[in-house]
Unconditional design. Structure first.
Length: 112
């Protein structure tokens, strides 16, 4: 149970913006659909929240891949691989360094 709560908390922390926007936009979509149809019916307007979360998830997965492709186009080579310590070789002009958070920063964020 603790593992489930921990994963749920992490999910909410990562996707809080899309969850909030989805929760705000869903009532407007429901009201618009009701006015458009003239009757109460259940349709795609209830999928606004899941669509927002799915969009945010896909962006988190796609953006690093796009940055790697840009890196390859600019420098004409693949991004340097991690060594056994998690450090990157040839760290000159690496555009994907934003994904690396020092251990001290990670621990500080958890405790606060």
């Amino acid at each position: 149970m603790k593992q489930f709560l921990k994963k749920t908390k992490r999910f909410i922390m990562h996707y809080w913006l899309s969850i909030s926007l989805g929760m705000i936009a869903t009532p407007f979509a429901i009201q618009y659909a009701y006015q458009d149809r003239g009757r109460l019916a259940f349709g795609g307007e209830y999928l606004v929240l899941p669509a927002m979360v799915m969009g945010a998830y896909l962006l988190r997965q796609v953006v690093p891949a796009i940055l790697e492709m840009i890196y390859e186009l600019i420098y004409g080579e693949e991004e340097p691989e991690d060594d056994t310590n998690g450090n990157r070789n040839n760290r000159t002009g690496n555009v994907a360094d934003y994904r690396r958070v020092p251990e001290a920063d990670r621990n500080r964020r958890r405790s606060g």
